[in-house]
Design a protein. Structure first.
Length: 144
């Protein structure tokens, strides 16, 4: 698959060890263009690269205490392009946190764990399957 045809994935997490392990998992199991960022501000500064999907940490103040949190970044991503799927990722396992993320238009919410990567794989498959069906439906509706 050529570089321009690959899915562009943004990974955003202030936990550099977790970020690197997630990047390695995706590189081993999928053929994506992957960009990693340790702050939401870095992610926002690169939205012009048109990511197909973003996996975004809920808390992003581990490196910079004044950094935007995941919800603020999510809101800015959605303001930039409401069609970019954003999957929130966090060590927070409280239902209120997940519900809050969904209220801010996250595509899904995943708790960091040993099985997080496999859950993310399933979610990405669903996201891209939905996008493909939506494109096919739009193509059909345009011809009616």
């Amino acid at each position: 698959m050529t570089a321009e045809n690959k899915i562009r994935l943004f990974l955003v997490d202030d936990d550099t060890v977790f970020l690197k392990s997630l990047e390695i998992e995706f590189r081993q199991h999928a053929d994506f263009n992957i960009d990693t960022f340790v702050t939401g501000e870095q992610c926002l500064g690169n939205l012009k690269l048109n990511p197909d999907v973003i996996i975004l940490d809920y808390l992003l103040n581990g490196i910079d205490k004044n950094a935007m949190n995941g919800i603020e970044v999510l809101d800015k991503i959605k303001a930039f392009n409401p069609h970019i799927p954003v999957i929130m990722l966090s060590a927070q396992d409280k239902i209120e946190v997940a519900v809050n993320c969904m209220h801010h238009k996250a595509s899904d919410y995943v708790v960091k764990s040993e099985t997080a990567f496999f859950r993310l794989q399933k979610i990405l498959t669903s996201v891209f399957r939905y996008q493909k069906m939506e494109k096919q439906l739009m193509w059909y509706m345009d011809r009616m």
